[in-house]
Design a protein around this ligand. Structure first.
Ligand SMILES: Cc1ncc(COP(=O)(O)O)c(C=O)c1O
Length: 382
């Protein structure tokens, strides 16, 4: 097996000129980053207001095709405030996937709600509409107030949060139809899917609200940052208001008309983000070229390289291969990292973390299998 694993490391190295350490997904600054950040410093508008904040919101609406975009401090804050906006309340339940970064479930918990974990599809690695329907048919009824309730726990189902894993869009049209049928608010976790489309439409357009992340490891970074995108204008306007402390605009008076949040993205970070967003198409082009090369190379070795599912165009944010089982995966992780090629396993499932282990879930068959066998490999040409 060591031979095959050595060959995989060799293939990865062939795609990168560096003879040194090859990171998983380093940020790449080859555009206007320095210029815009310096401009911001010189203008002194480094904090909560500034032209780059507005510009980053406009750019995101252009890229995603959504009517409104609201820049916030990070993707977790975007998820938190989006879930609050669609009406997730204390002691309600939110359906999501256990194969995700912990922020998805954390954001649900910040509101005192409980995640309920439904399994994913193997090809998309995102929430399965078939399993979602199964869960709803078995456990959920619409009561007199018009809302869906979990018959087992008596709690209201207040939202559903599918995630577009590694930039591969899930079956979001089917999920959207099911959510409408059951009167469940839909928030897309698009933290990883900037630039990815489903049936030609950008992810983030299929539900009420969508949350994006610009963390340092993402396809476009603000250092740290996030964005909420929506086609529901009233929600967008309200979100802008409460993410900026709910201050009523006035030349000098401080009046806040509800409890607000200091979640606005600083102009300094927005400057970096604008420079990165300008290069998004080029970055995706380069990443898709790398994905094509990897696919050819891994096919020859008989290794499954994860490809974009039918009907989708992926940004190929984090590329991945699938090994036979957990012990092979662990052997490969050890070897590749010892040879200065950074690789990592998928996240530990949420159902296995102490905070969420008591939450309701289905059998999680696909989630378990994928979390045991998938390995992320270096994915950003630099
Ligand atoms: C799926 C997912 N959701 C949410 C987040 C949270 O974003 P942030 O790190 O910007 O808070 C991330 C990434 O970091 C993520 O990968």
């Amino acid at each position: 097996m060591n031979n095959l694993h050595n060959l995989i490391v060799q293939i990865i190295r062939e795609n990168f000129a560096s003879k040194e350490f090859i990171p998983l997904h380093p940020p790449v600054f080859i555009g206007n980053e320095e210029k815009y950040v310096l401009e911001t410093i010189k203008s002194t508008f480094v904090s909560s207001v500034g032209a780059f904040v507005d510009q980053s919101e406009q750019l995101m609406s252009q890229i995603t095709g959504t009517k409104k975009s609201i820049a916030v401090v990070n993707g977790t804050a975007a998820l938190h405030i989006a879930l609050r906006e669609v009406g997730v309340t204390y002691n309600s339940e939110v359906i999501t996937q256990s194969l995700s970064f912990v922020a998805t479930s954390n954001a649900i918990s910040y509101l005192g709600a409980l995640p309920v974990f439904v399994d994913i599809d193997v090809d998309t690695m995102g929430l399965s509409p078939a399993r979602l329907r199964e869960f709803l048919e078995e456990f959920v009824e619409i009561r007199n107030d018009g809302f869906p309730y979990n018959k087992k726990t008596n709690r209201r189902i207040s939202a559903c949060v599918p995630m577009h894993t590694f930039g591969f869009p899930c079956r979001i049209d089917e999920i959207s139809i099911i959510c409408k049928e059951y009167n469940i608010a839909l928030v897309e976790d698009c933290a990883e899917s900037l630039g990815s489309t489903y049936k030609g439409i950008h992810t983030g357009n299929w539900g009420d609200l969508a949350a994006f992340s610009f963390n340092g490891n993402k396809i476009a970074t603000a250092g740290g940052g996030g964005m909420i995108c929506t086609n529901i204008e009233e929600m967008g306007t309200h979100l802008k208001h409460i993410t900026t402390t709910a201050k009523v605009p006035h030349p000098f008076e401080y009046y806040h008309d509800e409890i607000g949040f200091n979640y606005r993205l600083p102009n300094l970070n927005a400057a970096l983000l604008c420079a990165q967003l300008e290069q998004l198409n080029d970055r995706i082009y380069k990443k898709r070229k790398l994905a094509e090369q990897y696919l050819n190379q891994f096919e020859k070795l008989g290794i499954r390289f994860i490809q974009e599912p039918e009907n989708t165009q992926s940004n190929y944010w984090l590329m991945a291969i699938q090994l036979e089982n957990k012990s092979q995966r662990d052997e490969f992780l050890k070897l590749s990292n010892s040879l200065a090629v950074q690789t990592r396993p998928i996240w530990q499932l949420m159902t296995e973390l102490p905070m969420f282990s008591n939450c309701q879930s289905d059998d999680q068959k696909n989630s378990k299998w994928l979390s045991d066998t998938i390995v992320n490999i270096p994915s950003n040409p630099f």
